[in-house]
Design a protein around this ligand. Structure first.
Ligand code: ADP
Ligand code: MG
Length: 338
């Protein structure tokens, strides 16, 4: 990194020691020819594969609060990137980490790297490089993965007549956030489960790769179902009809949907971000293969609706009537309404 003239050599020494202590591990994979320590990493992609690249940034005060648990942050900055690769049907392999940190806090770094490397090990990902600088806390991870040439699952492939599917359950992360913010109450176990969904999402990597050759389009739900499905429909030049009753949800969310907190529950289910589930379309002739992909990877999959020719997203309520106003998905640059 470039260093300002007023920075002391002591700090430079600290930076390299910090990288050596917290971010240098022997590569697990022979594909890593050169990892942390040189000017750049050198990796050998598998023959016949294309590279799939994504980057995600998490900013203190925007994506997490000052004082957030560092181990959780280490998990999450990798998890959100793995989810993007999962949504392409790609196998994640190599990561680059760019960090801005306000101070050299060894305990913070040890916990952060513990969270990061634990999830990296689970998915066979090697950290091959990065950049470290002083500044307002900012975590930025670039992930590289592979997919057999031509096999990536894009957002634009949905066709009228396809089924629409979603993995896991929707809305728990936002319900956990609402509980943390005191906007709702949950019993102990449900609260812990929802907060875990928010803080330690499980990217659906195995399901994503299992859906190669099956899903016609796919994306991950990071900003909320309705907004994310709208992106898929736009690129597919199609519409969709989704059945509210078919949306998979936890018992805790289901109880709120049936009770006095229905509007919060609808917000969570339809527009709650941070679930990192996969939404995908597939031909009705492939229903058994979708079910098999779910079974083989231990991730439930639910058929929530269908792709139609007419533009736009329609959500039918439990009585089958189109819902008039859909909760809005999260958008960092949306105009804030009072
Ligand atoms: P340069 O001056 O060439 O940018 P740096 O001093 O920034 O090199 O980094 C030295 C080595 O440490 C490089 O291999 C870089 O990829 C790696 N690195 C720096 N920060 C991180 C980090 N946070 N995580 C992993 N590797 C890092
Ligand atoms: Mg650098």
């Amino acid at each position: 990194m470039g260093r300002p003239a007023d920075e002391t050599s002591g700090e430079a020494h600290g930076e390299f020691a910090l990288i050596a202590r917290h971010f240098t591990r022997p590569p697990r994979d022979r594909s890593v020819r050169v990892g942390v320590g040189d000017d750049a990493a050198v990796v050998a992609p598998s023959p016949g594969c294309e590279l799939v690249l994504a980057v995600d940034m998490m900013v203190e005060g925007r994506h997490f609060l000052p004082g957030a648990d560092p181990e959780t942050l280490g998990h999450k900055i990798l998890a959100v990137n793995l989810s993007d690769l999962a949504a392409m049907g790609a196998r994640p392999r190599w990561a680059l980490l760019a960090l801005a940190l306000p101070d050299e806090d060894d305990a913070w770094l040890a916990a952060f790297s513990r969270g990061l490397f634990a999830l990296a090990a689970e998915h066979g990902v090697d950290l091959v490089g990065g950049d470290t600088t002083r500044g307002p806390r900012n975590l930025c991870l670039t992930i590289a993965g592979e997919v057999p040439a031509g096999a990536a699952i894009l957002r634009g492939g949905a066709r009228a007549g396809d089924d629409l599917w979603v993995s896991g359950t929707l809305g728990d992360a936002m319900l956990g956030l609402a509980a943390l913010e005191g906007r709702t109450t949950l019993d102990g176990a449900a609260r812990a489960a929802c907060v875990a969904r928010l803080e330690r999402p499980s990217p659906r990597v195995a399901l994503g790769t299992a859906l190669r050759g099956v899903a016609s389009s796919m994306l991950d739900v990071s900003d909320g179902l309705t907004g994310d499905v709208a992106h898929l429909l736009e690129l597919s030049k199609a519409g969709a009809v989704v059945e509210l009753a078919a949306l998979p949800r936890s018992e805790a969310l289901d109880r709120k949907l049936a009770g006095a907190e229905r509007s919060l529950a609808l917000q969570c289910l339809l527009a709650g971000g941070d679930d990192y589930e996969l939404v995908f379309s597939a031909s009705p002739t492939l229903r058994e293969r979708v079910a098999a992909a779910g079974r083989d990877t231990g991730v439930p999959v639910a058929r929530i609706g269908r792709i139609v020719a007419k533009d736009g997203l329609v959500v039918n309520d439990e009585q089958g009537a189109a819902m008039a106003a859909l909760p809005r998905a999260f958008d960092h640059f949306a105009v804030r309404r009072p």
